[in-house]
Write a protein of this length. Structure first.
Length: 373
């Protein structure tokens, strides 16, 4: 079988969690279209849908909300360690390291049955936002406040990030929809890493740590931070054309554009574009959206490229006042729910994931003593 570079078009697993229709530009979570979920659902309802395969009733959703709210604190020992880390540590490496540490304080860390893994998935989904928010406070010497159990995931993250300031409704709603849009995306690189790890029957924290490390890469989740860096570098709408044309002349990759699966527009970009425009107008600062829209036009005209989820999420998070090196950690906060769904599914009918390599090296060489080399 010919090697498919990057495993392009290779079907590596059957799954009932998510369908990415690259030709039609559609994204389905457990049978529900992302447009429907972005319009009507909440992140916590989507978490339930991804893990249990159906929408919850009121009592089930309330139970999950309560369990998430009761588990947002992180162990004091982890906070103490975070306070010793260098202030300039990259938030994604802080998230990767602190998440790995959580397993040492998790009562279920050595259990691998479904119930224990659902409990761990709930705790991790509740704790990752706290790690990210606390890190920003620690590195800027701001006060750490206790999570409020009745806050949603989006509200809790913003509340902790801003040291106790109650977040406004528009910001909470915008972030909640962004979390829905980033929750799950079939066998993307970080989810595949989580499944490969889980298939060895290692623990959930190890599989999630592998996923965080994978998401960090700029070809994957790290792209949203590269997008805002580019927008800030360009600075003004009037400078967009020359900047982008030069990037193309230098054959540089345009961050936030292109996709392995989508051959047309990424359906998530539709919602994030709308949100970027709305937030910009609401704040009286429309230039980031206008610049993004012009870049999108040029990318389409010059290279036939469509933007992906990371492009407009950059200006959305920037307009929400989120520090730009927290953009990828926010992606991780959301994708934690998708990683958990895939880990649970992998373990339902597990087999070790172990492909083969096509050997193209030398053969039949005879050993030569070092004196003769
Ligand atoms: C995410 O997989 C997922 O589902 C991921 C994700 C999820 O929800 O989990 O959707 C989230 O990671 C989105 C992608 C974020 N990454 C970026 O925005 C980084 C920039 N994008 C590219 O690096 C690229 O498009 C990838 C990595 C996303 C996809 O890479 P592929 O499928 O390996 O495509 P390729 O690099 O082989 O490119 C094919 C052609 C090339 O042209 P030629 O060299 O053959 O002439 O398209 C060109 C590329 O040069 N191209 C780009 C481009 N993306 C593709 N040219 C300029 N800028 C780009 N962004």
């Amino acid at each position: 079988m010919p090697v498919k570079r990057g495993l392009e078009d290779v079907i590596a697993a059957e799954s009932s969690i998510c369908k990415v229709d690259g030709n039609k530009g559609r994204l389905i979570y457990r049978g529900y279209d992302i447009d429907d979920l972005a319009e009507h659902s909440t992140f916590e309802e989507v978490v339930y849908l991804l893990w249990f395969g159906r929408l919850p009733d009121k009592a089930e959703l309330e139970k999950l909300h309560k369990e998430l709210g009761a588990n947002r604190r992180i162990p004091e020992e982890v906070v103490k360690m975070m306070k010793q880390w260098p202030k300039e540590a990259v938030p994604m490496e802080v998230l990767r390291t602190a998440t790995s540490m959580l397993s040492m304080y998790d009562a279920d860390s050595h259990e691998n049955d479904r119930d224990a893994n659902v409990r761990k998935a709930t705790r991790l989904t509740a704790q990752l936002p706290t790690i990210v928010a606390y890190w920003d406070c620690i590195r800027s010497n701001r006060e750490l406040v206790d999570p409020k159990p009745d806050h949603s995931t989006a509200a809790s993250f913003l509340h902790l990030l801003h040291s106790g300031k109650e977040p406004d409704e528009v910001s909470v709603k915008s972030l909640d929809v962004a979390l829905i849009l980033h929750a799950e995306h079939e066998l993307n690189a970080s989810t595949f890493a989580a499944r490969v790890a889980a298939a060895t029957l290692t623990d959930m924290h190890s599989a999630v740590t592998a996923a965080i490390g994978t998401l960090k890469g700029p070809l994957h989740g790290g792209a949203n931070q590269e997008v805002i860096k580019m927008l800030l570098e360009i600075g003004e709408l009037s400078k967009v054309d020359s900047y982008i044309k030069k990037m193309f002349e230098d054959h540089k990759k345009l961050m936030g554009f292109g996709h392995r699966v989508y051959k047309v527009q990424d359906p998530r970009a539709f919602h994030l574009r709308k949100m970027s425009d709305k937030l910009g107008r609401g704040a009286g600062e429309t230039k980031w959206y206008e610049m993004s829209a012009r870049i999108e036009e040029l990318a389409k005209e010059e290279k036939g490229l469509n933007c992906n989820v990371d492009f407009y999420s950059a200006s959305v998070y920037y307009m929400l006042g989120i520090p730009r090196d927290l953009f990828t950690p926010i992606f991780a906060i959301s994708r934690m729910s998708g990683w958990a769904a895939h880990i649970l599914e992998q373990l339902e009918d597990n087999r070790l994931i172990r492909p083969e390599g096509e050997y193209v090296g030398k053969t039949d060489l005879k050993y030569v003593a070092i004196e003769q080399r």
